[in-house]
Ligand binder design. Structure first.
Ligand SMILES: [Zn+2]
Length: 317
């Protein structure tokens, strides 16, 4: 029911009812409606764009927390990177150097991420810069750690090899100290005791009673054990790593070709088979099939003084 309006007439001094047309009435209603909608829109805009809903407030809080935590994470990655840098440096300058391994080139240690932008998909998100830089740091560190771990694997291999090498290469005398009488002939050119001419003596002659035990001077595999012309009964051991040892003029041979032997194992006995003027073992060390002075390989069972004396004898007799 519409309100009735009155108009005060000063002449008649009475209130007269104001008659409105239908158009005026519709306009009045419309006007109220437009104002109402207008206020509604303004309130909506304020509520939507300026004031946050509780859920939005919660999300904003969470987002802020996440950004802060990302910052902490990024900082931690920087610290881990420093630790990794230190490990890499020590690896190149110390560990790899000890085992004669070349340092790992920087191009392999510090991988690049050239080409297409692999972080493109992260560009759309808010705080993309922080997320991208953190992700990138993690990626780089992951690659560097992979390289470092490979380097350690390589070093473990080298350590094992070095250990095996130490066990394999000839390092003791083939006769025990109590059996060894003397060194009758050293390494190098000499007048041959039987032929009387100047010949290269390719080993060292160690005198002992016939039947004294001859020991393998390093771990290895028996390459041959048989008659070898002037060497008589002769055992050859292949030690790997380019090393071989030879034991000539044996009385008995106690090993057969293909047999694995270890350092200190009795492989033969002293004799004078082949071209020999008395009981002795003719002992040779071959490095890549070239004869080397065997006395150089007596370092393990001799004191430094005995060793240098043995070297002197081997070179002067
Ligand atoms: Zn000899």
């Amino acid at each position: 029911m519409g309100k009735t309006s009155y108009h005060f007439d000063p002449h008649t001094l009475i209130y007269e009812e104001v008659k409105r047309s239908i158009g005026q009435t519709i306009w009045a209603v419309l006007k109220q409606l437009i104002i109402g909608i207008g206020i509604g829109v303004v309130l909506f805009v304020i509520a939507f764009y300026i004031m946050d809903s509780p859920r939005e407030q919660q999300l904003k809080k969470e987002n802020k927390l996440l950004v802060a935590q990302y910052g902490v994470l990024s900082h931690r990655i920087d610290e881990y990177q420093k630790v990794l840098d230190d490990l890499q440096q020590r690896d190149d300058q110390l560990y790899r150097a000890i085992f004669n391994a070349d340092p790992i080139p920087a191009s392999i240690r510090r991988p690049g991420f050239g080409g297409t932008n692999r972080y493109e998909h992260l560009l759309d998100i808010s705080n993309s810069e922080l997320v991208i830089s953190t992700t990138k740091k993690l990626d780089i560190m992951t690659k560097e750690m992979y390289v470092q771990s490979n380097s350690y694997d390589e070093l473990i291999g080298l350590i094992k090899q070095k250990e095996q090498r130490m066990n394999n290469i000839p390092a003791i005398r083939p006769l025990s100290g109590k059996d060894l009488k003397n060194v009758s002939s050293g390494f190098g050119p000499r007048i041959h005791p039987i032929f009387g001419d100047l010949r290269m003596h390719t080993g060292i002659d160690l005198n002992a009673e016939g039947g004294s035990p001859i020991y393998a001077t390093g771990n290895g595999t028996v390459e041959s054990a048989g008659w070898e012309g002037g060497y008589g009964h002769c055992v050859v051991i292949d030690h790997g790593f380019g090393f071989k040892s030879l034991y000539g003029h044996c009385k008995e041979m106690l090993v057969r070709p293909g047999q694995k032997v270890s350092r200190g194992q009795k492989i033969a006995t002293v004799g004078m088979t082949g071209v020999a003027s008395g009981n002795h073992v003719h002992y040779e060390v071959l490095v890549k099939n070239k004869c080397d002075n065997p006395a150089k390989y007596f370092f393990m069972d001799l004191s430094p003084e005995e060793y240098s004396e043995m070297l002197y004898i081997a070179e002067h007799r």
